[in-house]
Design a protein. Structure first.
Length: 328
């Protein structure tokens, strides 16, 4: 495939960090190996190596929307920082074809001493826009961010929600060829998240390449053509969004250790004895077909949560056992 058809090409990218057990070990590593070389001895290593990414390779075509999933610490944010150029890989290469707008973390690239207005102009200038171009879009940015008169206040006075509103509004109005969003929308309220997802879908329709990092597999399956799953710095699965999300839900998303205690419906008791009668179907919540995914080998038609007495409820005390009961 010609590179003209590719937006992002990641080739054998690895990122390794040196982990020191004590500050003095860093000084030892800086000084002692030099003496060892002078006297002809093999130098001792005073650090442990941690691979945040290990030989990662993939391509994203122009106009494609790709989701990236994985547990915390899998290497997602490190990968995006390398793609954006804010972090250098230990080995491997990244090729970018187009202008990137990235929302990697809350207020990334903002100067907290500057006002919201000044930060908008500064961020857009870094992306290559002139003051005139920013001026033409400024009212749209302010309207989308919906932070009112705070646009003239220093960013250090913003709440986390206000900061991400302004950061996202600015990023999507610089006409990027590639948009990268890394869990930044998680701090916004529901209404703003909904507005952002509608805007992202509009951007996708306009042919912009999107990389979406989120733990919300529903958003990945609804918006992405493909997905990749990272585990311990390596690509564990890559392919269709539904298939990769299924793999993620089957493995990492549950987060259960092998020794975790699970409560089965038959373990629910009533006054010290086994519950004999399951909840009535009428008391259970139906599942709409439009929200289904998977192979379809088992279809859950309704579900409910019950407490230790067998009563259907949506309220539980911290540490209290409960059971998920379903009909298939």
């Amino acid at each position: 495939m010609s590179f003209n058809d590719i937006a992002i090409r990641v080739t054998n990218v690895s990122k390794r960090y040196q982990i020191y057990d004590a500050p003095r070990d860093r000084l030892k590593q800086f000084v002692f190996p030099r003496f060892s070389f002078l006297i002809g001895k093999t130098p001792k290593q005073y650090f442990r190596e941690f691979a945040a990414l290990d030989d990662v390779s993939f391509e994203v075509k122009k106009g494609e929307t790709v989701g990236i999933v994985g547990r915390n610490g899998a290497g997602k944010s490190t990968l995006l920082q390398i793609i954006c150029g804010t972090l250098s890989p230990t080995s491997g290469s990244v090729q970018i074809n187009g202008r990137i707008a990235a929302l990697l973390e809350l207020g990334s690239g903002f100067n907290i001493e500057f006002t919201g207005r000044e930060n908008v102009y500064m961020y857009a200038a870094v992306m290559g826009l002139s003051n005139e171009e920013v001026g033409d879009r400024f009212e749209e940015i302010v309207t989308f961010a919906d932070i009112g008169d705070f646009i003239e206040q220093p960013v250090k006075n913003y709440s986390s929600g206000m900061m991400v509103r302004l950061a996202f509004a600015t990023a999507i109005h610089v006409d990027p060829d590639i948009l990268i969003v890394d869990e930044a929308l998680a701090v916004g309220d529901f209404a703003f998240q909904h507005k952002c997802m509608l805007k992202i879908r509009q951007i996708i329709t306009n042919g912009v390449t999107v990389l979406l990092v989120t733990h919300d597999v529903g958003a990945v399956m609804a918006n992405c053509n493909r997905a990749l799953m990272l585990r311990k710095g390596s690509i564990y699965a890559i392919g269709g969004a539904a298939e990769v999300c299924d793999r993620y839900l089957e493995t990492d998303a549950a987060g259960f250790d092998k020794d975790s205690e699970l409560l089965h419906p038959e373990d629910v008791t009533t006054n010290g004895s086994k519950q004999q009668t399951p909840p009535r179907i009428a008391d259970m919540q139906p599942i709409e077909p439009s929200y289904r995914w998977g192979s379809g080998q088992i279809v859950i038609t309704a579900w409910s949560l019950v407490d230790v007495s067998g009563k259907v409820t949506n309220s539980f005390h911290f540490g209290e056992k409960n059971a998920f009961v379903y009909t298939a």
